[in-house]
Design a protein around this ligand. Structure first.
Ligand SMILES: Nc1ncnc2c1ncn2[C@@H]1O[C@H](COP(=O)(O)OP(=O)(O)O)[C@@H](O)[C@H]1O
Ligand SMILES: [Mg+2]
Length: 408
């Protein structure tokens, strides 16, 4: 390694001076660790914990997949006597709850994946469809990484295969020159492929999935006459797609494609306490990842989640009418607002009460789609917020006093 004299180092171009601060560390620091790594211990534990029969190529039993997604309700599971404990796997483990919602929904998803049809998760944005699909694919086949993001620009190649043009020109079509899509890779490994936002793809591109899901193979006409002309799906292959109800594309999917999927609708979290607990733990995790302490009062979090739920449902917790904004008041948005409040509390400690930041953040969330939503938020303030303040709640009194923030 060459050393740069200090006086030159400052002015040297970035590309030559970028060095890792910890050159001996083999693992680069990442913003997001994929679930297969983040939960590696849980996955290894559950594989040893439940040795029952599993569908072909599955890493875990269907029941253990559900436990991985839903958690063990705070109970420590104990490995049965006499099982070979893999290295680094504890004998007892509490499995963290990850998806907050209906266990029966998750069970149906798991059963679908063991069968012949694909799984389509539909719902409003921010209801953890993507998260659920990552968790399911991780538990079933050990990776969440075989994913295609659906957009208006997604091509059939991205769902099937493309070519390495340098090799194609040099050698002609061959197995080596073929670039497998994540879907083709999942087929050959017998794993789960994910297609995010499938309804954003053009209909003719979506329909590439029809033959793939029914015949469970991809034809490669360029390799006709060779053993590689047909890529068959290995046992265990399946597909999880997600679709956003706000995109209004689900009804336009072809009947043929719809028939290849079992639809499951993922809804918002029904229970206030469960949603508040989730928002707290995710906001806590995000500031702790940034190395800062989490200092947001429960009263602030509860007010935040209550406001999101009232606006989402069009009715307050007390049953008062609320005019719903057209924008989606999702749990995912609530998590990010709570994270922002927590970062403000951590980096500007003592400047002001973080509760005072809540109206501005809510305004930011509702104003995204329709300017008229700001007026609806003011309506919420003039109704439920004011009534709660009048009933003597200190938190809502503070929020009511901040109404001018919403005038902007
Ligand atoms: N029911 C839920 N259980 C757990 N996390 C949730 C739930 N609903 C929303 N979230 C939070 O929202 C985030 C974003 O969800 P995401 O999977 O991107 O939603 P979608 O794909 O439905 O738009 C999740 O990572 C999680 O922090
Ligand atoms: Mg998503």
């Amino acid at each position: 390694m060459t050393t740069v004299p200090p006086h030159l180092e400052e002015r040297a171009p970035m590309t030559t001076t970028v060095r890792s601060t910890t050159p001996t560390s083999p693992t680069p620091v990442r913003q997001i660790v994929p679930p297969e790594e983040r939960y590696a211990t849980e996955l290894a534990f559950l594989a040893a914990y439940d040795a029952g029969p599993r569908p072909p190529a599955w890493r875990l039993t269907p029941r253990a997949v559900v436990t991985f997604v839903m958690g063990s309700d705070g109970r420590a599971l104990k490995l049965p006597e006499g099982v070979d404990v893999p290295e680094g796997v504890p004998g007892r483990l509490v499995v963290e709850g990850k998806f907050v919602g209906d266990r029966a929904l998750v069970e149906r998803c798991v059963v679908t994946l063991a069968g012949e049809r694909g799984l389509l998760l539909v719902g409003e944005p921010g209801t953890a469809k993507s998260m659920l699909s990552e968790l399911l694919s991780t538990a079933v086949c050990g990776t969440s990484g075989l994913v295609v993001q659906g957009t208006a620009g997604t091509t059939e190649d991205q769902l099937k295969y493309g070519w390495n043009y340098a090799l194609l020109l040099a050698q002609g079509p061959s197995r080596q020159a073929l670039v497998a899509s994540p879907v083709l890779t999942a087929m050959s490994r017998g794993g789960i492929a994910r297609v995010e936002e499938v309804t954003r793809c053009l209909p003719e591109v979506q329909d590439a999935l029809v033959s793939l899901l029914s015949e469970r193979r991809i034809a490669v006409p360029e390799l006709a006459g060779t053993d590689d002309a047909l890529a068959h799906a290995a046992p265990g292959f399946n597909l999880i797609a997600t679709a956003n109800l706000r995109d209004k594309g689900v009804s336009e999917m072809s009947a043929a494609l719809k028939r290849r999927f079992n639809f499951e609708t993922v809804g918002p979290i029904p229970d206030l306490d469960a949603e508040t607990a989730l928002v707290r733990s995710q906001a806590r995790a995000s500031v702790e990842r940034a190395g800062a302490p989490f200092q947001v009062d429960d009263a602030v979090l509860e007010a935040l989640v209550t406001a999101f739920r009232d606006l989402r449902e069009g009715r307050s917790a007390e049953g008062w009418e609320v005019e719903r904004p057209s924008t989606v008041m999702s749990t995912a948005e609530a998590v990010s607002v709570a994270g922002a409040l927590a970062l403000a509390a951590a980096y500007f400690p003592g400047d002001r009460d973080v509760l005072g930041l809540l109206p501005g953040h809510l305004l930011g969330v509702v104003r995204k789609d329709d300017p008229a939503d700001a007026a609806r938020l003011r309506g919420y303030w003039d109704g439920p917020v004011r009534r709660r303040a009048e009933q003597g709640s200190a938190t809502w009194r503070t929020l009511w006093d901040l109404r001018t923030v919403l005038e902007g």
